[in-house]
Design a protein around this ligand. Structure first.
Ligand code: ADE
Length: 234
């Protein structure tokens, strides 16, 4: 099982970016996932290879042209891919949604620049809009990298420790809570000011049932304090 990303972008040099390193980088070398960039500029018009134009109705900024985008999309040969336009207007990504996307054989990711893209192109070619959060980036490329990273780590064999992706909060089979706190040696750490910090006793007890119970309670408390909205969901 492998996942292919078909990227439509004006900045192909941004890929694979951070995904060329670490676990994702090794998974790329192994062929667990692959990507191909189509440079939208190559399908631009005229001597300047123009890809955008002023918006109908006026207003600031430029809009990416439907005809240019369609040429780029068709040249990218994305048969069978789910089509996604990264946009702050989209449905906000969460772990359940990532899990669903990572099961697809291929994802076409359209990275926009400027004010947006011609709505007719999105509708004519069945693009769904996905946002990575309620803030605005200068372009879709970093959002695409984040979506890709979140999908890649769920692919079988990508995470070194098979358990890790599952046990983490928001992981596959997760309880939808935030993670409990982690500690490692030494059991007593003295900081630069000479203040002593110990590891909770229970974690050193070897009583795994009690440890599980403690961790669940911590997860619940941290979620209640930081993200009560997560407890409202089904
Ligand atoms: N492009 C600009 N901002 C974005 C966001 N928050 N999510 C996805 N794509 C974007």
């Amino acid at each position: 099982m492998s996942l292919h990303f078909n990227l439509l972008t004006l900045f192909p040099e941004m890929f694979p970016g951070s995904l060329g390193s670490s676990l994702a980088g090794r998974a790329l070398e192994r062929g667990d996932w692959s990507y191909r960039c189509t440079d939208i500029r190559e399908y631009g018009e005229g001597v300047h290879k123009s890809v955008d134009d002023t918006p109908y109705g006026g207003g600031a900024g430029m809009v990416m042209k439907a005809d240019v985008l369609e040429k780029a999309l068709l040249a990218s040969k994305d048969e069978g891919a789910r089509r996604i336009y990264l946009s702050p207007r989209g449905k906000v990504l969460n772990q359940a949604f990532v899990k669903e996307l990572s099961a697809a054989p291929a994802l076409t990711l359209l990275c926009g620049r400027y004010e947006g893209v011609d709505q007719r192109f999105l509708e004519a070619h069945d693009f769904e809009e996905i946002s990575i959060g309620d803030y605005v980036l200068s372009g879709g490329e970093p959002a695409a990298l984040i979506l890709m990273d979140s999908c890649i780590r769920l692919l079988p064999g990508v995470m070194g420790n098979v358990d890790t992706a599952d046990n983490e909060s928001f992981g596959a089979g997760a309880d939808g809570l935030l993670e409990y706190p982690h500690y490692t040696r030494p059991s007593m750490w003295v900081d630069a000011q000479g203040i002593e910090h110990s590891v909770p006793e229970i974690l050193q007890s070897g009583n795994h049932a009690k440890i599980d119970e403690w961790r669940k309670a911590q997860s619940l408390e941290i979620t209640r304090m930081r993200r009560p909205d997560l407890l409202q969901k089904d």
